[in-house]
Every structure is written in C-alpha cells, then in structure tokens.
Design a protein around this ligand. Structure first.
Ligand code: BGC
Length: 845
C-alpha cells in the first residue's frame, strides 16, 4: 500500500496559507478490498487518529512565516502500512503590515468608463551576503506584476485575482532567495485590472479604488538571525507612461518597447489606502498561469489585407509574438472567435476592442500581453510581414488539475466532450466567467450553477470554488439575495433572490461536496444557503393569500428559460415562475440532505417538509394533477421530472408529454440554461433512454453536436450562434434585429452541462456519498455506441468505468479506489457490490 496523493488545501506542494489547512490523502494498493483502518496525522507535537481520508483539519499551533511538515501514517484493514509527508508554509497570519499602500497621486482618476494607465513603481534594494531566506508578499488594487532586475518574479497572471474587494483581498508570496544579488532593483507594474479599470458591459470603473496601488514587503532573513524588512512607502518612485502604455480587460493592451523608462517623470510614491478595509489573506484560490501554448494551424491573407491566423481552438489567452522589427514599427493583433467572409467577426465582442498593440525596437524581440487576456480562435495581424513574425499563443486559466476523462466510439461526441472541457478552461479565469471575449467576463451565477457538476467531473475545482463561494457568501444581501454576478465588481443589479442564478449558492457547494467530500465546505456555506431559501420563501409568499400560491415563486425577477432556442428575453423571462418554483423545491430538497449530513436534524425535517409543500403547490397550480402542465414547455417538464417532484403514473405521463413536445418541435430540444443540464436525465431516467440519445447525437440545429459539426471547438451561448445559413446570430434580445452585437458568444459553458449526463449515464459514474466514498457505476449504453469509458480522479483515487458492446454482449471494467465501495449496475439489471480493485463484468447488452 502507498499514499498516492497527499494534499493540503488541495495542493500537493507550495501551499502558503493563513488558515489551518485541510488534509486529504489517497491510498493505492494491489490488494483487492483494501481500505483504510486508521491513520495518524501529525505535525510536531500535534497529532490525531482518524479513519477519514478527506476531512481532517490541521490542528497544530500556527506561527507566521513558518514551514510545517505534515506526516500521514496509514494502516489498511489488511495490516499494510504507508506513510507520506507534505509541507506547507504559513503566511502572515495576523502580522500587521509595516508596508503602506502606495500609488501615484499625480494620476487623475480615470474618466467614466475608462481604465487608468498602468503604474510603474520601483525601489533599489541593498542586501548583505549570507541570506538564509528572502521572500516578497505583495498585493494590489488593480493587477500587478513584480520584476526583480528586469525579470518577472513568479509565474502567475492577474495577481491578486478578483475577490469581493470590500471584504477580502488575496496577497501572494514569492520566494526570491536565489534572485537577490546584493544590489537589486525591485519593480512593480500595476494595471487597473478589476479594481480600478473598466469592467462589466456598463464599463463601470473604479469599483474599489480611484488609482492603482501596490502593497508589498520584502523580508530578508540572514544566517545570523537578523531580519530586514523593506516595504512599500514614500521611498519608492513611481511613474506612468512606461512600456505598458494601456491595459484593460476588454480593449486589450498597448505596449511600446521603445520607451526608455529611465527617462520617465519619476516622483516619490504617495501613500494611499483602500476605500474599504478588506481582510488581506494569503492566496486561497487557484491562480491563473500559462497552461499551454498553441501554434496556429494556418494563416491566410484576408480580403482586407490583414493576415489571419487560425489557432484551431477557441480559448482564453494571449498571443506570444516573436518578431523581427524596426524601431517604431507598430504591430497590431486583433482577436475574434469566428470569421465571416474571411474577415475577423468582431461585432459580437460589442464594445471590447480585444486588441494588442506593440511598438517594436530594432531586431529580434518578443511580446506577449501580461495585463489582459482575450477569448479567441483567430488573430489578425497588421503592421508586419508574416515572414518576420512567429506567432503562437499562451492558454491562460486558473490552475485546475484535470480530473476527468471521457471517450466513446462516437467521434463527434468525443469532440463535444473536448469542447465542454475547453469551455471550462476558457471560463475559469480566476473567477467563473460567462464568457472570455466580449465586454462581460463576469461571474454570472446562473452559468456556474448549471455547469458546476460537469466542471467537478472534468477538473479538481477545490480551490477555485472555495474562493468563489466565499465571495458568494460575502456578497449575499441581508435579505438573503445572491448577486446575479459574483464578485459584484461594478454590477448594478439589485441583490435579490433569483432562481437558478441564486441557487448557485446551493448547487455549487453541493456539486463540489459530492466530488470532493469536504463537509467543512458545506458547513461554511450552509448559513448562506439557509438565508437564500428563506428569502425565496418570503418572496414567494408575497402578494398572494391562497396557501398553495404562497409557494409559487414569481417575484422579484427570474431569468426564466434563459437562452432557449426560440424567442427572446421576454419569452424566456415569462417562464420564470415554473422554473423558479421547481428550483425552489430542488434546493429545499438539497438543504434537507445537507442538513442531515451536518447533523442538523430539525432543519432536515423542516426542509424536507418545505420541499413537499412546494411540490404540492407546483402540482396544484401548474398541472392537471395527472402530469400535464397547463402551460407546456420543455423545461417545464424537465425540472419536476429530474428534481424528483413526481412519481409513478405522474412521472410517466410527464415524460410522455415531454417526449411529445420534443416530437412536435421536429425532434429537437427547446431548453434554456435552467433546463438543458437535466433534459437528458428527465428522459433517460423515465424510460426514454432512446429519446435521450437521439437528442444527444443529432447534428442539426438546435443540438449539441450541431455546434461541433458546424466547427465549434467550445460550447455556444445560443444554440444557433452560427445559424445554419452561415450568419452569426447577433439578434437583439428585445427587438430581434441583427444590427448590433446582440448576445452571442461562442464560448459559454452552460449548455455544456450535458457533460454531466455523459459521465453519469454513458460512462455511468456517479458519486453516492461525498468524495465518492461510495459510488455507483451504471452505464446506460445506447445511441449505437459500441464503447465508452470515463474516469474521475476522486480524493480516494481514480474511479473508472470502461465498457464495450459487441454483438449484444456487454463487457464492463470498473476501477474502485482503496477505501471506497461501488454499486455496479449492468444494463441487464444485475447489481454487484464491490470494494477496491479492478473488476470485470459482462452480461447481455
Ligand atoms: C451572460 C449570461 C448571464 C446572463 C444573465 C448574459 O449577458 O452572458 O451568461 O447568465 O446575461 O442574464
């Protein structure tokens, strides 16, 4: 037996934290049925005995700036033993900062909708020989890059990340022991980022400060025990007009390599303070870094003369240009997701210019934007001969260890899986965004609510969701509302409870709990969930006296069947109350389960009863009592079916009505964000597996594979983003006119929530208890597939399911990690309970 992975707050190494970390470990063994009997987890004088592999919190005393080693000694039920050690460092804990926030007071706050020019801040640093350890802690209002002697410190982008700046702000720690030479220059570039630059489609700016600002401390520990501390203060010098001339999320970046920064108008930095008093905490999210580099698959000269490079993949990132140029030569890179008539199509980017402009010096040089990113597949370059340009691109997203794999005998389906995965990568850029390209890139809650479960199959979302969920809680209104975007960052919508979008506060931690088994996360988020449900109930109860009506949730506002293939915003919103009431019942049901897990018996009973009452209200008010809705639409049937709001005859009737609506719609789906993730479950789990496969595998519009067959490499916001006639659907949501940019992104992950069904029903893998301590493998072959397999890296190890169907014979191999048990259900109805190990099964297909 050995310990396969030992993680501290989700990291195998490199954790710097201001809180006691959560300890998790996976075991590997060749002995079938092996499981943990007990483990001793220790660090210094602290130790604990446990039989829990995922839920132990470090219990030792923590001192600031200190390294701790955590050792796990595990004993299996067979007597086998294994041990492993991992280390972490503490950050500042509560050490007060001696550094001061600094900025350039000469800089006028940016005009309405504008972003400030990046600041350059510098200071020389003298140190003596004999350094034991040196490190920098830094954060900013805006986004910053540190340089030591002209070289970037660390490898992350967009530090300190986007958090709810009124409440908390992350700081980063960089080890610079090996970088100090004795006489060094420390520099920082601070762009407007989210805190000062323009953000949201209203282009709100200055959400957290009027000017970019920096806070940093260099700690130098010498061998003789002395410690020196150099913090930001008035001794630093500051200027604007450096090589980074302009930078912001939507318009891009302007970089002039000819600028002599020595000649700038340097002045002493001035001390400032954040508008609010956010709590400063060591990084707890998943930092954005380069996650890969793509080369173009082709380039052509467009009719306009622009040289258009095709990267063959829609993604979030930045170009990397290695070029030969001459001083003053200006090279421009524009970005787009699609081409129309051979030209970049940028109307759908709306106000975002998505352009990187670079001014050359003489000779060979390299440029890649650092203070912005774009969502794109195509890049148009002007101002340079293609022969002088070697263009590639860095893929940027948060650190998200890949956790899942899926493959099948259907190539298009595999491409859909890939597109779903890229949708996640492109939209998990520090926060879960709606899209990476146009003038939004905001943390729309509804998109994440529906995609969270799929995301947790594909990636280890531990740190990413942990960070975002803190903001969800921090920004919940006193009345229990959840902002429609989190962090709000300039969003002006009132904070009220809305269905599906607000339900993110329940659905995201629940998905994360099932995938990772972290009960503490549920406990931390539980008060937020309760407040949200209370708010939903209060709003549902307004303006009606009849008791059943008091659980129909209509007000204040719901997005309804958002982005359904027909109609516009008005029609989608009009479906609000059905959808909201069903989501309300579902969240009440989830709260009942969560309360039970947390040992809150009375709450559990309360929410279970509330759920029953909502279900009754739904039935009485919206249906004939026998499964037919008074107002019929696909999502209207999908939700009660999938949320378990029906049973027996009523379910069969509802599934029949849903199938009829699909048939009446030419055999096509007609669901928006809230219904799409559950559509195939509503069919397959109610005796209509063939119908589910038919929807999944059809290739005409609207369908998932239409997107892929039409050349999509990510999942689209609108089912017909690229219409069958080849035009882009820029229809205005109110007027239907194609004149403006409309609402059309080719990289929105919500409809990719079908990935959940692919893992759960095709591969058949589904957690039963948190972290897959117990799970089910129940593949449902169909749709002509002859094989499929999926795997998920759970906290206990790899779970996998791999099947083939050959001439009516079904063969399945299942991998079960140490300490877990699986219920395996074959298509012929036989059921097997198995412990850890690799198991083969076969039967009639
Ligand atoms: C976003 C969506 C979001 C929606 C809510 C759009 O502009 O891109 O994905 O959920 O607004 O209305």
């Amino acid at each position: 037996m050995k310990i396969g992975a030992l993680t501290l707050d989700g990291l195998a190494e490199g954790l710097v934290t201001d809180a006691a970390p959560r300890i998790a470990f996976a075991l590997e063994s060749d002995v079938p049925g092996e499981a943990l009997a007990s483990a001793r987890i220790s660090s210094g004088s602290w130790s604990v005995e446990t039989d829990d592999q995922v839920g132990t919190r470090f219990g030792g005393t923590l001192e600031p700036f200190t390294e701790y080693a955590v050792t796990v000694e595990a004993t299996g039920i067979t007597g086998a033993a294994a041990s492993a050690t991992a280390t972490f460092r503490t950050g500042r804990l509560d050490t007060p900062w001696t550094a001061r926030w600094i900025t350039d007071a000469r800089l006028a706050p940016p005009a309405k909708k504008a972003s400030p020019p990046p600041l350059v801040l510098r200071r020389s640093v003298a140190t003596r020989p004999g350094i034991r350890r040196a490190w920098i802690e830094a954060t900013a209002l805006g986004i910053y890059e540190l340089e030591l002697n002209g070289r970037k410190v660390g490898d992350r982008y967009f530090a300190p990340g986007l958090t709810s700046y009124a409440h908390h702000l992350q700081y980063q720690t960089y080890d610079v022991t090996d970088l100090l030479t004795g006489d060094d220059e420390l520099r920082a570039i601070v762009g407007g980022g989210w805190a000062v630059g323009s953000f949201t489609y209203h282009r709100t700016n200055r959400i957290a400060a009027d000017r970019p600002a920096l806070l940093a401390e260099l700690h130098v520990e010498y061998d003789d025990g002395t410690v020196e501390l150099i913090g930001t203060d008035e001794s630093w010098r500051v200027a604007t007009g450096g090589r980074f001339q302009a930078a912001e999320w939507y318009d891009g970046e302007t970089f002039d390599a000819t600028v002599d920064e020595e000649a700038l108008d340097w002045a002493p930095a001035s001390v400032t303070a954040p508008r609010k008093r956010p709590r400063l905490l060591a990084d707890y999210g998943a930092p954005v870094r380069r996650q890969g580099e793509l080369a173009p698959v082709s380039h052509v000269v467009a009719p306009s003369g622009e040289v258009v490079y095709d990267f063959g993949q829609n993604f979030a990132g930045v170009v990397r240009a290695r070029l030969r140029g001459s001083r003053g030569q200006v090279v421009t890179f524009r970005h787009a997701e699609v081409l129309v008539d051979g030209e970049l199509f940028v109307k759908s980017l709306r106000t975002a210019k998505a352009t990187a402009t670079y001014t050359c010096v003489d000779g060979e040089q390299e440029y890649s934007p650092r203070l912005t990113y774009m969502g794109f597949r195509y890049v148009g370059a002007t101002g340079i001969d293609p022969g002088d340009l070697e263009l590639t691109a860095y893929v940027l997203h948060s650190d998200l260890p890949e956790a899942g794999t899926f493959t099948s005998s259907n190539e298009l389906l595999n491409r859909l899986d890939d597109a779903i995965r890229w949708g996640g990568k492109s939209n998990f850029v520090d926060i879960p965004t709606d899209c990476p390209q146009r003038d939004e890139r905001q943390g729309w809650t509804g998109d994440t609510a529906v995609f969270a479960s799929t995301a947790a199959y594909h990636f280890d979302m531990t740190r990413f969701f942990d960070k975002w969920l803190r903001d969800v809680s921090a920004e919940q209104s006193r009345g229990g509302g959840i902002p429609m975007v989190v962090p709000r960052a300039g969003d002006k919508w009132p904070v009220l409870p809305t269905a599906c979008w607000g339900d993110a506060c329940v659905l995201v931690p629940w998905a994360e709990y099932l995938a990772r088994g972290d009960v503490e996360l549920l406990r931390r988020q539980y008060p937020t969930m309760k407040r949200f449900l209370r708010a939903a109930k209060r709003w549902a109860g307004l303006f009606s006296i009849r008791p059943t009506r008091r659980l129909i949730w209509r007000f204040p506002f719901h997005f309804g069947d958002w982005a359904a293939p027909t109609g516009g915003a008005k029609e989608w919103i009009a479906r609000g109350k059905w959808i909201a009431t069903a989501y309300f019942a579902n969240s009440a049901g989830l709260l009942a389960r969560i309360a039970e897990i947390l040992g809150e018996e009375r709450d559990a009973a309360h929410y279970a009863a509330l759920r029953e009452r909502i279900i009754r209200a739904f039935r009485v008010v919206f249906s004939d009592g026998e499964g037919r809705l008074n107002d019929e639409f696909q999502t209207g049937y999908v939700l009660p079916l999938h949320f378990g709001m029906t049973s027996g005859e009523e379910s069969a009737a509802m599934a029949g009505h849903l199938a009829r609506l699909i048939a009446d719609n030419g055999g096509h789906l007609a669901t928006g964000f809230p219904g799409t993730p559950y559509l195939l479950f509503a069919l397959s789990d109610h005796g209509r597996l063939d119908d589910a496969y038919e929807l999944l595998l059809q290739t005409d519009c609207p369908s998932w594979l239409y997107m892929v067959a039409a050349g999509g490499t990510t999942v689209w916001e609108r089912w017909d983003a690229l219409r069958p006639d080849g035009t882009v659907n820029t229809a205005d949501l109110q007027t239907g006119s194609d004149d403006g940019g409309g609402m059309v992104s080719f990289n929105h992950y919500a409809a990719g929530a079908v990935g959940d069904w692919m893992y759960r029903r095709i591969a058949g893998i589904e957690a039963v208890s948190g972290g897959y301590r117990t799970f089910r493998v129940a593949p449902k072959p169909g749709g002509g597939l002859t094989s499929a397999s999926g795997s998920v890296r759970t906290p206990y190890g790899i779970v996998s399911s791999s099947w083939t169907l050959d001439g009516g014979r079904f063969a399945l191999r299942v991998e079960v990690p140490v300490s877990t048990t699986a219920t395996v259900e074959l298509p012929d109805g036989t059921v097997h309970e198995v412990g850890s190990g690799v198991h083969d099964f076969s039967g009639a297909g």
